[in-house]
Design a protein around this ligand. Structure first.
Ligand SMILES: [Ca+2]
Length: 78
């Protein structure tokens, strides 16, 4: 089976990866509160929701958002 275009899921995953990398300014592989704050702004969400964001999405409670946590957040969004 050949797909001339990437599947919608593959495309979505690539966009998520691109988005994550664009937010991860220092390329640490994690999003700090400051990086998330910038990201919320670019998503059109209120910047003051950054604390809520960490409460809901920082599952490791390490004050960093991993790519996995980011993907979970984006897939819940919509
Ligand atoms: Ca980072």
């Amino acid at each position: 089976m050949s797909h001339p275009k990437p599947s919608p899921l593959a495309k979505q995953m690539k966009e998520l990866g691109d988005k994550f990398r664009s937010l991860d300014k220092d390329e640490s592989g994690y999003l700090s509160k400051q990086e998330v704050q910038e990201g919320l702004k670019s998503l059109g969400l209120p910047e003051n929701s950054v604390d809520d964001f960490f409460l809901q999405n920082d599952r490791g409670k390490d004050d960093q958002i991993s790519y996995k946590e980011f993907v979970v957040f984006m897939s819940k969004k919509k």
